[in-house]
Design a protein around this ligand. Structure first.
Ligand SMILES: [Zn+2]
Length: 92
């Protein structure tokens, strides 16, 4: 994740969520995970389907209890049309 994208994500989250409070321990100190995570969307629950849909997200971790919260990049409006061409997705 480049610094510009990271800044864009943090700014968008900060605008939409006025204060982050951990639902488990009620502390408000979070760390931003420097990278993307994905959920794999499957039509069956048995086994692992490759090549299907994914839901990209960013993750915050509570610094006190380790509770993890994820936020959809799509809902935040941060998925670009040509995202597959970005450097982060180049596996070679
Ligand atoms: Zn917590």
């Amino acid at each position: 994740m480049d610094e510009l994208k990271k800044k864009q994500i943090i700014e968008t989250l900060s605008k939409r969520v006025k204060s982050f409070v951990c639902p488990i321990c009620h502390q408000s100190k979070y760390s931003f995970v420097d990278g993307y995570s994905v959920d794999i969307i499957q039509q069956q629950y048995k086994g692992l389907q490759l090549g299907g849909l994914i839901m990209p997200k960013v993750t915050l971790v509570c610094n006190n209890c380790g509770h993890i919260d994820s936020f959809s990049l799509g809902v935040l409006g941060l998925i670009e049309d040509n995202a597959d061409d970005s450097d982060e997705n180049n596996n070679e």
